[in-house]
Design a binder for this molecule. Structure first.
Ligand code: PLP
Length: 368
């Protein structure tokens, strides 16, 4: 497809996975799971081994995010999309306001919009631009997406909300790498298939005392909430270091290993690593005659997901296909529904900086 396109051996990345979700799970983590397998996989999720694992995850996140006392780390199945509905059904009293700038933030809005007994309002920015959320006196939940995976926009700041309002942050994409003061946030949730280098299907919801109170108030009301979305059960189980129902134990294992790795560097350190990657990749794109940064406003450019537009004279589709066929690079196409002539590259902590540099050189060779 690309004639005479040779990639020197020293440019071959140590790992081909640059996708934004799911992301790579380090090989050594998978090997460690194999070694631990007989003592963990296929044991009861109410057993000591699994409860210890959940406890380590909870404690690891408390340390990593320096969570104020009273915050609860709740785990369950279903991923982030499941939580969109569970939040609308179980944590919004009357109205949620959603600040949206891409597919995922819009999807969260739509899931609340469909619930007949609450109101949902969307404040939307055009794709490719960012949005700064504000408090709204008529909403009891403000919904913010920390990092919009579809476009590569991260939030620049979070609003102060009043005592009656829940600030909810979907941190699935950049959570753990995009700066965020969790003491300001009431519900910080994610599925761990990105910065947390695990698999999809699990959710983590970090709840402030205010969010827990809201969950109990709605639980005690006569509102119907499907059993699987019962926040009280999920919170009660979290206190016992258990997931809501039978978990995917391997995903918990991978998540815990990545939390340990991230704790070794510290949140500030991981943010700094992300910024270094971001500075490098945006500089590269800015200086290249055939590339440009899709997000023009620098303050919204993500340190976790980089979106780089490519001049129309070069069609990225056959190039990306060829790299995948050669098993050299996976997952650098633009978000499906965005459909741009674009590279979207994950800058997640588990992806090596050297590999990101190599990837840019591989692209340079093709663009010559
Ligand atoms: C910001 C954001 N929110 C939500 C989701 C949906 O997550 P899940 O597939 O776990 O439901 C994604 C998935 O990529 C995401 O990037």
């Amino acid at each position: 497809m690309i004639p005479n396109y040779d990639i020197p051996n020293d440019l071959i990345p140590s790992d081909p996975r640059f996708g934004c979700g799911p992301t790579l799970i380090p090989n050594e983590t998978v090997q460690k799971l194999v070694d631990h397998g007989p003592h963990l996989l296929g044991t009861s999720h109410r057993s000591k081994a699994v409860k210890d694992l959940v406890k380590e995850i909870q404690q690891g996140l408390v340390n990593y995010f320096n969570l104020p006392s009273g915050y609860e780390v709740v785990l369950g199945n279903g991923g982030a999309t499941f939580l969109f509905d569970a939040i609308g059904l179980g944590l919004v009293q009357k109205k949620s306001t959603h600040f949206t700038c891409g597919e995922f933030s819009n999807k969260w809005f739509k899931s609340h919009k469909l619930i007949p007994w609450i109101e949902a309002e969307e404040v939307a920015a055009e794709y490719g631009t960012g949005i700064t959320a504000e408090n709204r006196s008529d909403a009891d939940m403000i919904c913010v997406t920390l990092n919009e995976t579809s476009t590569g926009v991260m939030v620049d700041s979070l609003p102060d909300v009043d005592e009656e309002t829940i600030l909810a942050v979907d941190a699935t994409s950049g959570g753990g790498q995009v700066p965020c003061d969790l003491s300001k946030v009431d519900l910080f949730f994610f599925a761990p298939q990105k910065v947390f280098a695990s698999e999809g299907g699990t959710f983590v919801a970090i709840m402030s005392p205010k969010a827990q109170k809201r969950a109990l108030e709605i639980n005690d009301s006569d509102r119907y909430i499907p059993g699987i979305m019962n926040w009280k059960t999920a919170m009660d189980n979290a206190e016992k270091n258990q997931t809501y129902n039978t978990p995917c134990i391997s995903a918990l294992f991978y998540l815990n290993e990545q939390i340990k790795r991230m704790n070794a560097v510290g949140y500030e350190g991981v943010i700094a690593e992300g910024n270094k990657r971001a500075d490098f990749i945006y500089q590269w794109a800015t200086n290249h005659p055939k590339l440009s940064c899709y997000i023009s406003d620098q303050k919204y450019r993500s340190n976790a997901v980089a979106t780089i537009d490519v001049d129309e004279s070069f069609d990225v589709t056959p190039f990306i296909k060829e790299l995948e066929q050669r098993q050299l690079v996976y997952g650098i196409g633009s978000y499906r529904k965005l459909g741009r002539n674009q590279f979207r590259i994950a800058l997640f902590q588990a992806i090596s900086f050297d590999d990101i540099v190599k990837l840019t050189k591989i692209i340079d060779l093709a663009l010559k």
